[in-house]
Design a protein around this ligand. Structure first.
Ligand code: NAP
Length: 489
């Protein structure tokens, strides 16, 4: 089966922050892959914009180097790269000053193409960029802006940013990006849930024992120390990525697969979330890797703040107060420097109401596991008889629902989340982007959790680098006679 590549309409994409880490690592290599796949039309233009003084040729060198670094050389030809680079231009610009705006305006003037402006810069520049785009006549009602995370650091700042952007753009022009939503498996989760009769009748508190969502990283704070120490895992991961995954797994079937119908249902989930009780919350901070303290220092050394109380790990339990999920707990966990890089949503179904098999046959549960990182895939644990003459003994086998064989090589092609999302921006499809009210609702749930631990003067629990997190997180589950899925390499 061959996956279809449908070219998007001609576009002009301006990348503010076009020399930055995100642009070099994700956005430009992603666009290059779409170009090689034939999805980017020949008339398309990509315009880098940042303060660094470069001309178009200098920028092409920067982009060629980034593509060389982040895409394997064997994956493209020299001609493809040269061809792609010819679509690139560059404008030295200052988001906070007047430099470069006239030049950008001239470049964009009279273009018949779809216009998109990617704000791949620090969040303090978002408002200034929006204001200058309007002042220089580029914010017409047809253009789109793509806004990176973090979107605010609490409800008040998110609301302020929403209001600022709304001064210059309509909501249907604003694409708030959460790259987790661009993953193939996240969309497959919706296809599996809403395209099959099989799962939906079981998708509720009557049949689901609990749901767990884990986003575990092996990296520490790295080069983001200054930002991270002010943010922490709750703001950096839970409020956006984990919350979005929770919405998709728990939402009601939307009436149609269209942006507002899907986002209305996600919003209802966030608004139905219970507040998190202090004893259902664990915060942690990683320690140094024993024997490798220089390269893998503890959190406080890494952020150069010996008294830091910022969490690099959060685990929590919450409920969704609606008919579908009233008694099903949701356990969320995320951390840095954990045993493995692994993002997974796990739906653990209840035991059968009565077992007809002998006790020593073993008792098993169906577990649906949706893996997002490092590999994407969906598996369903099914109980079967252990093959052979050993009598009726039960074992679990994973049913691979990624169907790689059925889809063949083309079907198995993994498109990076950023590629998919940028193509959606050009297509004008906001389904996989967060709406302003969703972001605000997520902060409205997160803020009291943060202010609660600040008021309690809570100190994060230490945990070993390369572990599953603090022992208190294990206890959080054990108290309910449940267990986290192992974070395994
Ligand atoms: P970065 O490496 O620091 O790049 C920032 C970019 O902004 C550079 O191109 C910089 O170029 C430009 N810039 C800074 N001040 C400017 C100004 N006054 N006017 C015009 N351009 C200016 O940051 P990044 O890691 O790429 O992150 C960009 C955004 O994406 C941030 O909001 C970040 O939170 C978000 N994000 C990043 C990642 C990631 O993996 N990197 C992941 C998720 C979200 P000049 O210095 O030449 O001006």
């Amino acid at each position: 089966m061959v996956s279809r590549v449908i070219p998007v309409d001609p576009f002009d994409l301006v990348i503010f922050g076009g020399t930055g880490d995100l642009a070099r690592r994700k956005i430009l290599p992603g666009l290059f892959r779409r170009f090689c796949a034939g999805q980017m039309p020949r008339e398309a233009r990509i315009i880098g914009a940042a303060r660094t003084e470069l001309d178009a040729s200098g920028y092409r060198d920067v982009v060629a180097e980034a593509i060389g670094e982040f895409i394997g050389h064997h994956d493209y030809t020299k001609d493809q790269l040269t061809d792609f680079l010819s679509h690139l231009d560059y404008v030295p610009i200052d988001a906070l000053g007047e430099t470069g705006w006239k030049e950008l305006q001239e470049l964009m003037a009279g273009s018949p193409h779809i216009e998109a402006y990617y704000f791949s810069v620090g969040p303090r520049l978002f408002g200034d960029l929006a204001e200058r785009l309007q002042r220089w006549g580029m914010a017409d009602s047809e253009c789109r802006i793509v806004v990176e995370k973090p979107f605010g650091r609490d409800l008040a700042t998110a609301r302020e940013l929403n209001q600022t952007l709304a001064t210059y753009f309509n909501e249907d022009q604003i694409y708030r990006i959460d790259h987790y939503l661009g993953k193939e498996t996240v969309q497959n989760l919706m296809a599996v849930r809403f395209g099959n009769m099989l799962f939906e009748p079981l998708w509720n508190a009557q049949y689901v024992d609990h749901i767990q969502i884990t986003v575990a990283e092996t990296v520490g704070v790295g080069g983001r120390a200054e930002y991270y120490d002010k943010a922490g895992a709750m703001r950096d991961m839970v409020q956006n990525h984990l919350m979005q995954l929770l919405c998709l797994i728990a939402m009601e079937p939307p009436a149609r697969f269209d942006p507002d119908a899907v986002r209305d249902e996600k919003l209802k989930v966030i608004r139905a979330l219970d507040p998190v009780k202090p004893h259902h919350l664990v915060r942690g901070q990683y320690g140094a890797e024993p024997g490798n303290e220089e390269e893998m220092p503890d959190y406080r050394t890494a952020v150069d703040n010996p008294r830091s109380r910022t969490e690099s790990f959060v685990a929590l339990k919450t409920h969704i107060s609606n008919w579908r999920w009233a008694s099903t707990p949701f356990y969320l966990r995320t951390g840095k420097r954990m045993a493995a890089r692994s993002s997974e949503i796990t739906v653990v179904f209840k035991d059968t109401p009565h077992s007809i098999f002998a006790e020593d046959a073993g008792r098993h549960r169906n577990v649906l596991s949706i893996q997002l990182q490092p590999n994407e895939g969906i598996t369903l644990g099914v109980t079967i008889k252990e093959p052979g003459p050993g009598g009726m003994r039960l074992i679990d086998v994973p049913l691979d629902m990624t169907f790689a064989e059925a889809l063949g090589e083309e079907g198995a092609e993994q498109v990076d989340a950023y590629e998919r999302l940028i193509m959606d921006v050009i297509r004008g499809n906001q389904t996989l982007f967060m709406r302003g009210d969703e972001v605000e609702a997520a902060w409205a749930w997160t803020d009291p959790i943060i202010s609660g631990w600040e008021a309690r003067n809570d100190v994060p629990k230490p945990y070993d680098s390369g572990s599953e997190g603090p022992t208190d997180a294990t206890e959080l589950m054990r108290r309910d006679s449940r267990e986290w899925r192992k974070v395994s390499p």
